[in-house]
Design a binder for this molecule. Structure first.
Ligand SMILES: [Zn+2]
Length: 327
């Protein structure tokens, strides 16, 4: 009887907590952190001033890197050219294609072709139904649009999903609080679940850039409030990394960590083609990164999804219509 109960308990645990020691991808896992509207020179300024020590340490550690050759906004003058705003930007980061394919031109999401160009976690579940995918965000369209519109027959594919909604009527003053809620839910998952792929989105940096949270702030390395928001999110990143490394099976796991943004900004806005908006950054940490290429060659933000597939050993199907990749 006891043995039966133990068996039952273990079965329930596995169900509640996703895959075990060797997950659907033999311990290969992905932690993808998105920081909305984080301008590259402001991140570097935060690092230089000792205000973003967690991301600095990760990028300077063995197997880590920071590249500024990463770009948003598609190819100038080509059909892929897209505005540097969140709707098209996060769609490119989460589906691996530009606007000429995904069809999202603004934050209205009208015309989005997610049934053809789906969220990468939908694709992961398509090839490995027993994979565990988790997403945490406080910009609701990340889930209500990009994820939900990728569903087949409206069937949920995310095993864990947490959406916090900042209060626009309070001028987003609670955005930093919502980031804390997102962080805490993601920490819970890292401690008690075994996600093969995790996406964690923080929104406050963009809100500070817009002056929504404090009218004195702007998208600039000279804006103390903006740089402080980056610093605040850096501390969340640090907590996520500590929880990842503290996992019981961490030594046997192989994590790819990716941290990036959807766009930069100028003054209190973004959407245009300036370097401050288009030229973004990527922090990556992992054993199998294409280091030289990422550090030396311009790399589009559509390259995140193929990097995730490569790490997990997922071969994209032709009908997913992925962007052609450099070998
Ligand atoms: Zn914005």
């Amino acid at each position: 009887m006891k043995r039966f109960l133990l068996f039952l308990l273990i079965t329930v645990q596995l169900h509640a907590h996703g895959q075990g020691k060797y997950g659907a991808f033999h311990g290969k896992r992905v932690l993808f952190i998105g920081i909305d509207g984080c301008r590259a020179d402001a991140l570097l300024a935060a690092m230089e001033r000792g205000l973003a020590p967690q991301m600095k340490m990760l990028s300077e550690s063995d197997d880590g890197l920071l590249t500024r050759k990463f770009y948003a906004g598609g190819e100038m003058g080509k059909p892929t050219h897209q505005p540097t705003v969140s709707g098209p930007g996060w769609t490119s980061l989460l589906t691996g294609v530009w606007m000429d394919k995904h069809g999202v031109k603004d934050n209205g999401f009208i015309g989005g072709r997610y049934q053809t160009f789906a969220h990468f976690m939908f694709r992961i579940k398509e090839v490995k139904p027993d994979a565990w995918c988790a997403s945490f965000a406080d910009w609701p369209p990340i889930h209500t649009k990009i994820a939900d519109l990728s569903r087949l027959n409206d069937k949920e594919f995310l095993d864990e999903k947490f959406t916090a909604t900042p209060d626009a009527s309070r001028h987003y003053i609670d955005n930093p609080e919502k980031d804390i809620e997102v962080r805490d839910e993601a920490l819970k998952s890292l401690r008690s679940c075994n996600a093969d792929a995790m996406f964690v989105y923080f929104g406050q940096v963009d809100e500070f850039g817009h002056g929504a949270t404090d009218s004195r702030a702007s998208f600039s390395p000279d804006s103390t409030l903006y740089v402080n928001a980056i610093s605040h999110v850096d501390s969340h990143v640090g907590e996520l990394l500590r929880a990842m490394r503290a996992r019981k099976k961490f030594a046997e796991e192989d994590w790819l960590v990716l941290i990036t943004t959807d766009h930069g900004g100028r003054g209190n806005g973004h959407g245009g083609d300036s370097d401050e908006e288009r030229k973004i950054w990527l922090i990556a940490h992992g054993k199998d990164l294409p280091r030289e290429r990422l550090l030396n060659e311009p790399t589009p933000q559509t390259a995140i999804v193929p990097m995730i597939y490569k790490h997990l050993g997922v071969t994209p199907k032709a009908e997913w219509n992925p962007e052609p990749q450099k070998p």
